[in-house]
Design a protein around this ligand. Structure first.
Ligand SMILES: C[S@@+](CC[C@H](N)C(=O)[O-])C[C@H]1O[C@@H](n2cnc3c(N)ncnc32)[C@H](O)[C@@H]1O
Length: 237
């Protein structure tokens, strides 16, 4: 699998933010369709599961960071009708899609420098977003800052499943998805970046440690769909 390791690096690096911002702007119109197609509809299940976890925390104020086209924010709004759900993202074209889907509480903001007060939220969620950020540690400490003490963090993101599924998954992720997504969105490189970013993203205990260092305890990782996705939860100290 050496050819896969040679894919473009997706490690957080200075200057990555504007590239990511442009990339999501370019695929915004086809983002939902690509998600549903390439996950075989599992993305609905993952977001529903995340929203159910949030409901158990009975929050009053939720920030869905990197909300994108708003699917997780919408799922949370449905499961927690009494909560005020704010969606934030630094890419305006994709926020426009979220607005068209009925979300009104949307803010254009960079996760690394949030325009919110300390302790403003009970819950902060981030689905398939943290991996794309320029500095994971800084983003996580911003999340800790805007959460109240005792508040909850939920991170949902891709991970690499264990062998033997890992082999098939890598072929799908690095060979099939970029080709098909290239045809669908005209942005093949965006989906080559997706594969590289998943390979580089910490998972399991490594992610739990990163979260803990940012000011959280009770860190937990729950693999979903045989580990294609992991759901992390933690409590703000
Ligand atoms: C893969 S999409 C996920 C969208 C949505 N959460 C979902 O579940 O479909 C990643 C999103 O992260 C956003 N993003 C990446 N880095 C960001 C940052 N530093 N600040 C705010 N948003 C960011 C992108 O603009 C994009 O909308």
């Amino acid at each position: 699998m050496t050819d896969i390791a040679a894919k473009p690096s997706a490690k957080p690096e200075p200057g990555k933010g504007p590239v990511v911002q442009r990339l999501f702007g370019a695929i915004a119109q086809r983002y939902d369709l690509a998600n549903h197609l390439f996950s075989g509809g599992l993305d609905f299940v993952w977001r529903r599961r995340a929203a159910k976890v949030v409901r158990a925390w009975a929050p009053k104020r939720v920030l869905d960071m990197a909300t994108g086209s708003g699917d997780l924010a919408l799922a949370i709004t449905k499961k927690c009708p009494d909560a005020a759900v704010v969606g934030a993202d630094f890419c305006q074209p994709i926020l426009d899609i979220a607005r068209r889907k009925g979300l009104t509480n949307l803010v254009q903001a960079d996760a690394l420098n949030l325009p919110f007060l300390n302790g403003e939220f009970d819950v902060l969620t981030v689905a398939f977003g943290l991996r794309n950020m320029e500095n994971w540690e800084r983003a996580l400490s911003e999340f800790a800052r805007v959460l109240r003490p005792g508040g909850h963090l939920l991170v949902l993101d891709f991970s690499v499943p264990r062998a033997p599924l890992r082999w098939l998954y890598r072929i799908y992720l690095h060979r099939i998805v970029p080709r098909l997504a290239g045809l669908l969105t005209g942005e093949k490189c965006a989906y080559e970046y997706l594969g590289a970013s998943i390979e580089e993203f910490p998972q399991g205990d490594a992610m739990n440690r990163l979260i803990a260092v940012a000011g959280f305890d009770e860190t937990r990782c729950q693999p979903l769909s045989a580990g294609i996705v992991s759901l992390y939860t933690a409590r703000r100290i």
